[in-house]
Ligand binder design. Structure first.
Ligand code: HEC
Ligand code: HEC
Ligand code: HEC
Ligand code: HEC
Ligand code: HEC
Length: 183
């Protein structure tokens, strides 16, 4: 009886602490969670074609901004249009791999590939890439292994409000609500 009561109190305290932890220190709780279970920090994404980032970086030495061409100067980074693929995949001479042949089909038909977006903040958030790139931040800070892994993956352990604000505080950038929620 007495033991059960102590156990109950212990559980209640644990619950209260984890609630405070979650609401008061969301960034710290989440990063602790993901450092304990790193495998949960990313998910593989479905795409019409399994675009291979590593291959394009290693085989043809393309910079990220060759395809994501707005990233250094504008708000958005941009997903490449079929015209960029056409430069190399206008015939099957460049690659005869099955996934590459699918690209060739799209190029031939002059159709855009219907990529699924992996990173998309709600409309009420403003995120300017260029400011962050100008501050010499590497893509991997926010995109982790996306862009440097063979298959499309999405990092789920970042790009939420407390995470943005944590770095802004550390780097003395503005944390005014209107900084990120102005339009
Ligand atoms: C040859 C063109 C090309 C190059 C070079 C390239 N990418 Fe991509 N990237 C794509 C395509 C096509 C997609 C959409 C398909 C996908 O998500 O797998 C994409 C998707 C992404 C996404 C996810 C976007 C979203 O919201 O869906 C990120 C992040 C990304 N790339 C980062 C990078 C980084 C970082 C580099 C440099 C290391 C890079 N990319 C180099 C073509 C390229
Ligand atoms: C500068 C040239 C170049 C450009 C631009 C380019 N690719 Fe490629 N792509 C290659 C090369 C080289 C290979 C690999 C050839 C091989 O080893 O078979 C390749 C292979 C591929 C493959 C097969 C990969 C696999 O593992 O199965 C896909 C899919 C692909 N490219 C998609 C795209 C898409 C989509 C675009 C446009 C956003 C694009 N590529 C733009 C050069 C390019
Ligand atoms: C400070 C964090 C951060 C950095 C650094 C960063 N990104 Fe992003 N990226 C984001 C966020 C957040 C989104 C979602 C933006 C949105 O929906 O408005 C995004 C979206 C994207 C997309 C999807 C298409 C688009 O235009 O929204 C691509 C592609 C991309 N980033 C590529 C890159 C590349 C390449 C680099 C490095 C040169 C880079 N990012 C650096 C945070 C970052
Ligand atoms: C790794 C650190 C880091 C991360 C993560 C980060 N930022 Fe930033 N952010 C900065 C820095 C540094 C500046 C530049 C501040 C300056 O120039 O005064 C900046 C500037 C900005 C600005 C422009 C501020 C102004 O004064 O005009 C906006 C908007 C912004 N960030 C939104 C975001 C959002 C939204 C996210 C999350 C998706 C995010 N940032 C994630 C470091 C970061
Ligand atoms: C550094 C950028 C940044 C700043 C500063 C910021 N926010 Fe956010 N906010 C975000 C992002 C990014 C999201 C989207 C989160 C998501 O979709 O996971 C968001 C989402 C929200 C939401 C939607 C609900 C939620 O919690 O996801 C509310 C409400 C909100 N912010 C209010 C505020 C208020 C109030 C302030 C000022 C104290 C503020 N924000 C300051 C980046 C910021």
């Amino acid at each position: 009886m007495k033991k059960g009561f102590v156990l109950l109190i212990f559980i209640v305290i644990l619950l209260v602490l984890s609630m405070i932890g979650f609401y008061g220190y969301r960034f710290q709780t989440q990063s602790l969670f993901y450092s304990l279970f790193p495998i949960l920090s990313w998910v593989s994404a479905d795409q019409p074609i399994l675009f291979n980032h590593i291959l394009h970086q290693e085989a043809v030495k393309l910079n990220c901004s060759f395809c994501h061409r707005y990233v250094e100067r504008y708000r958005s980074a941009g997903i490449p249009s079929i015209e960029i693929c056409r430069a190399c995949h206008s015939t099957n001479a460049m690659s005869k791999r099955p996934e590459a042949l699918k690209v060739f089909e799209y190029v031939k038909a002059n159709r855009e590939i219907p990529w699924n977006r992996m990173y998309e903040l709600p409309n009420y958030v403003v995120f300017p890439h260029w400011i962050h790139i100008q501050k010499k931040m590497d893509c991997s800070v926010c995109h982790g292994m996306t862009g440097v892994k063979e298959r499309p993956i999405k990092m789920v352990d970042r790009n939420y409000m407390d995470w943005c604000m944590h770095c802004h505080k550390k780097r003395v950038a503005s944390n005014d609500c209107y900084t990120c929620h102005s339009s």
